[in-house]
Design a protein around this ligand. Structure first.
Ligand code: GDP
Ligand code: MG
Length: 164
């Protein structure tokens, strides 16, 4: 079976930045829609000899409260169906938000291996803040990462490739 990893999470947590870091093909992927990725992007990545496909899910949510819910559900269900493992990105600067909880509730229904990446942990002094996301009650290890400078991503990928 092909190894397919989906990156999910609410808008602006850094999904596209993280995706670009994993696939190391920045120029091909950065979208021109002011930080908003409308479509699903597919890229190819390699870590310690393991090859896998990465999906950057849209995360583009608009409209009323209940629209949020249904769009999140749709995005996550698609990702779960298609992927062999899921990375749930959250933003360490914002902490746990209501929309993170909405994502968590859908992710709870997945049987796929799940990893939480607490993004924007740009400096080691922020690492402890990642523990806050245990509040989401997911059966997933939490990795403080910085999509921007790459810190912590190796630790996450080491565990991720073990699920292949
Ligand atoms: P997406 O909407 O989830 O795809 O998020 P983007 O990848 O478009 O990033 C949203 C914003 O967060 C952009 O301004 C990024 O530069 C910023 N960002 C992404 N990753 C990091 C990070 O690790 N550290 C910091 N400080 N900013 C980040
Ligand atoms: Mg994006």
């Amino acid at each position: 079976m092909a190894n397919i990893v989906a990156i999910v999470g609410r808008p602006n947590v850094g999904k596209s930045t993280f995706f670009n870091r994993l696939i190391e093909k920045r120029e091909a992927i950065m979208d021109d829609e002011s930080g908003v990725t409308r479509d699903r992007h597919y890229g190819y990545a390699e870590w310690t000899g393991h090859f896998f496909t990465v999906i950057d899910t849209g995360g583009y949510v608009t409209g009323s409260e209940d629209k949020f819910e249904s769009q999140i559900r749709k995005q996550v269900k698609l990702a779960i169906d298609e992927a062999s493992a899921v990375i749930f990105l959250v933003d360490i600067r914002d902490g746990v938000t209501g929309m993170d909880k909405d994502f968590a509730n859908v992710l709870r229904t997945s049987k796929k291996p799940l990893f939480i990446a607490a993004n924007k942990t740009d400096t080691p002094d922020k690492t402890m803040l990642a523990n806050e996301f245990y509040e989401l009650g997911l059966e997933a290890e939490i990795f403080p990462v910085s999509a921007e400078n790459g810190s912590g991503t190796g630790e996450l990928l080491d565990e991720l490739v073990k699920t292949f």
